[in-house]
Every structure is written in C-alpha cells, then in structure tokens.
Design a protein around this ligand. Structure first.
Ligand code: URA
Length: 239
C-alpha cells in the first residue's frame, strides 16, 4: 500500500506536487468516490481515476540510456546537465533516478528507474553484479596488467579490489581492453589502470549483469526495458 499522491504520480506521470493539487481540487476518485486525502493508503486493487480516467500506468519504469559524455549521473546539478535533463519530457516527472553512476566523461549503459529496491539490489556489494567496460588507454596492456587485475588491484591508499577480468584483442588494438568488475568503487576502472601506469582516455560501459547496451541505441538516447530485460541484470552473477 502507498500514499494516494505517490501512487498517482508514479503511474500517471504527474509530479508529486501536481498529484497533490489534483487530489485537493477534487479531481481524483477512489472506488468512485472523490477523495481529497493525499496520504490515503491505496494499492493495486483500488480503482483510482483522475478526471474520470483510470490511472493504469506501471508503477515502475526502467530505462536503458546510452549515456553521452558531458552529462552527470545525478537527478539535479547546479552546474552540469544531468542524465534526467536529457530524458524525453514524458519521462521527466516519474520520480526517476540513475541506478548507479558513470563518471561525467564515461559513456554507455546507464539504467534509470524509480524502483528503489531494484537499484539497491543492483548496487549491493553482496550481489556482485558484473559490469563490463571498454577502456581505451594511452599505452599497451601487458600480460602483467592482466595478471594484476586477476589478482585484485591494490590502490595506493591500500584499498583492495576484487579480482577483475581484463581481456584484449592484440590483433586489433592492444591499447583497448574489456574490463569486467563486480563492484563499484569511485572511479574504479580509471584507478585500476592508473595503478598499473596507464591512463584511460575513453571509457564506455557495455553491460550490467547479462543486460547489454543495445548497439542500435544512439548516444544520448534511451529506451524502455521490459521486465525480462530487467531480470537480465541479475543473471550470471555470483549471489
Ligand atoms: N569506473 C570509472 O573509473 N568510471 C566510471 O564511470 C565507471 C567505472
């Protein structure tokens, strides 16, 4: 059960404030009766209408964004544009937030949702959800770097990373690596490489769990994820 104003805003695409205004002005009915009580507890079985129209949107929204460089993974920022600023208008008022962060200059797969439990599970260090990145470096990746990633990089401040996988295709470009990590320390991939004497010049996330960035999704664009897509986030991980 949840508050009526929250129910309407998450499923009807209204901001919380607009939902409260609608309720207070008598536009909302619960089981056919006008209700002006914003904190009335309602659930999926209640028949709720706004101006006579049933509120029947999904409670939770899951968006795949191909994040461009230059926007920050936040809901609000005083200086920079955020990933929410670049969402289509119809998605702007659903209480969405990015599940996890990519650095301002990192591109690629970002999941944006209003499902706090989902975000919590995805980000929980206990879940070990794997994240894959393509990293372009300012030098060649050596066998020693690969071994250090495998053993678990230790940052200069003593923080130890979990073992990570680093793959290269030396036939194409040995300055490009595919990194798989199953945790999310601040600037983790960049710091792992810099510990090995390499700078990341471009970073793109291509998967979270078994959910891969849609290669047809242009940079800066987004698409809705189905429930099945969302489940892929937790497939193939060590729980
Ligand atoms: N690691 C980084 O260094 N940056 C990111 O944006 C994500 C992982």
């Amino acid at each position: 059960m949840e508050r009526l104003d929250k129910y309407i805003s998450s499923r009807g695409g209204y901001s919380r404030r607009d939902a409260q205004k609608l309720i207070k002005s008598g536009c909302v009915a619960v089981a056919g009766e006008i209700c002006r009580q914003t904190d009335l507890k309602v659930g999926e079985d209640d028949e709720i209408t706004v101006n006579g129209q049933a509120v029947c949107g999904e409670q939770y929204v899951y968006i795949m964004m191909n994040k461009p460089a230059g926007v920050v993974s936040a809901t609000k920022d005083n200086r920079d544009r955020t990933v929410l600023d670049i969402l289509p208008d119809e998605l702007k008022r659903r209480g969405l937030f990015p599940a996890g962060r990519l650095d301002k200059d990192t591109e690629g797969l970002l999941i944006i949702t209003n499902d706090g439990d989902f975000a919590h599970r995805m980000l929980s260090p206990k879940k070990h959800v794997e994240k894959k990145y393509i990293a372009k470096l300012d030098g060649a990746i050596t066998e020693e770097t690969i071994k250090r990633f495998e053993d678990g990089i230790i940052f200069s401040d003593g923080v130890k990373c979990l073992p990570a996988k680093l793959e290269i295709n030396s036939e194409t470009d040995e300055n490009v690596g595919i990194v798989t990590i199953c945790e999310g320390k601040f600037h983790q991939v960049k710091k792992m490489f810099s510990t090995c004497g390499l700078n990341v010049v471009h970073l793109k996330r291509i998967s979270v769990g078994n959910l891969y960035l849609d290669s047809n999704l242009p940079i800066g664009c987004c698409k809705s994820l189905s429930k099945l897509d969302v489940k892929q986030v937790f497939v193939g991980n060590i729980h």
